[in-house]
Design a protein around this ligand. Structure first.
Ligand SMILES: [Ca+2]
Ligand SMILES: [Ca+2]
Ligand SMILES: [Ca+2]
Length: 176
């Protein structure tokens, strides 16, 4: 599975570089890691209007994205802007179905593992684990937003087996 291997190496490298950048002095804020559970939860809370829009029209523009996340802390705006640019695979400043790449599938899986959705630590998130995660008080995003995030799991379950794991990234390598 060489393509999957390459994707994982790229993702890890880019993420590490980006994480270091957020800690540079010019941000003038303490260092934040997008591997920190509380930071990733904050990212998903901030993205609520963006994901709500996505499941209305299955697209959103970079301009809408930036307007929706503001105002927020400088490190968070920098991290999210960088994330949009990396996930916008065809670089047309619109996130839509054409940007559903192995990279986006892997990013979503990684985010939810970091947040603790993979309760039994088998590197797979089952439908039951996701439902439980989205309904827990510690991570409760509101009923309507939890439903939207549940749709996101369906959207990235590339091999349609109701489990999100690296096999979906591999399937995305074949399909997209
Ligand atoms: Ca795009
Ligand atoms: Ca699991
Ligand atoms: Ca799957």
């Amino acid at each position: 599975m060489p393509l999957l291997y390459i994707v994982l190496v790229c993702v890890t490298s880019i993420t590490q570089i980006s994480t270091q950048e957020y800690g540079m002095p010019n941000y003038q804020v303490e260092s934040h890691s997008i591997f920190e559970k509380q930071d990733v939860i904050l990212i998903y809370k901030t993205l609520a209007p963006v994901f709500n829009q996505f499941f209305r029209d299955y697209n959103f523009t970079k301009e809408f994205f930036l307007r929706s996340i503001r105002p927020c802390e400088p490190w968070l705006e920098a991290a999210l802007t960088d994330r949009f640019d990396r996930l916008d695979a065809d670089k047309n400043e619109v996130f839509d179905i054409n940007d559903r790449t192995p990279f986006t599938v892997f990013t979503f899986l990684m985010d939810f593992c970091v947040m603790g959705a993979d309760k039994n630590n088998d590197n797979s998130i089952s439908e039951r684990e996701m439902t439980y995660f989205l309904s827990k008080a510690e991570f409760y995003f509101s009923k309507s937003y939890s439903e939207v995030l549940g749709k996101l799991m369906d959207y990235f379950d590339t091999d349609r087996n109701n489990i999100l794991n690296l096999a979906d990234t591999a399937a995305a390598c074949q399909r997209y």
